[in-house]
Design a protein around this ligand. Structure first.
Ligand code: GLP
Length: 221
């Protein structure tokens, strides 16, 4: 799965070197970032004209636990992506207009949370949502407790691209790893569109590509 996702991202960069990419964090994209880092280190991937936007960022988090640090250490440091074209929603007043001024998102990579969130758009987030601050649900904080050592150390708030921000991307790559994500992916893509499962809004995107490392049929019920 990671190789296929990396090939899709690399293909986008090669087809359009000034691509704007939306990049997630979490466990799922790590394998893809390792492949992209390797290709970049070998000089076979050129990021110098690209622009990258983090999907989300914690509020009040230690630098080493931030998503900016995650992206720097897992991918950016291995690329020639200019530092002034790496953006995070925490450090920008108007993320939407920054994305628009950059030409809009050519490709966004999104994982899916156990509760069906995309980026940090938690259940109940309306489709017409832009970059905003949000409280993190218990489910999300529990899912990240291991990374912080304990649940009470996980931040309670984050800034995230909204559902609409994600839907403006010209291509959406949804990635899910581990059989434990099969159920929520099924709910997101095979049941009706509803804000209880924000990932379900992706059903309506004209250029959605789904990558899993388990058997999954979007049309099966
Ligand atoms: C966090 C991130 C999401 C990510 C999700 C799933 O909530 N904000 O962008 O998709 O976790 O993470 P994982 O890939 O570790 O399951």
């Amino acid at each position: 799965m990671s190789l296929r996702v990396a090939e899709a991202v690399a293909g986008q960069l090669r087809a359009k070197p000034d691509s704007c990419l939306g990049l997630p964090t979490g466990r799922t994209p790590l394998g893809c970032y390792q492949v992209l880092a390797q290709w970049s280190r070998l000089g076979s991937l050129d990021w110098r004209s690209a622009t990258c936007f983090a999907l989300d960022e914690y509020i009040n988090v230690a630098d080493e636990m931030s998503f900016a640090h995650y992206l720097e250490t897992n991918i950016f440091r291995y690329t020639n992506l200019p530092a002034d074209r790496q953006f995070t929603p925490l450090a920008v007043d108007d993320y939407e207009s920054l994305i628009r001024r950059a030409g809009g998102l050519d490709l966004i990579l999104v994982g899916i949370g156990h509760n069906g969130h995309i980026a940090f758009n938690e259940p109940g987030t309306p489709k017409l949502s832009w970059t905003h601050c949000t409280w993190l649900t218990e489910s999300t904080r529990q899912a990240n407790a291991a990374l912080f050592g304990s649940e009470d150390r996980v931040p309670t708030m984050a800034v995230t691209m909204g559902v609409q921000t994600i839907l403006t991307a010209r291509r959406v790559l949804l990635i899910a790893s581990g059989q434990q994500k099969h159920g929520i992916l099924q709910r997101a893509l095979a049941d009706g569109v509803n804000s209880d499962v924000p990932a379900s809004f992706l059903q309506e995107h004209p250029h959605l590509e789904v990558f899993t490392d388990f058997d999954f049929d979007r049309n099966s019920r």
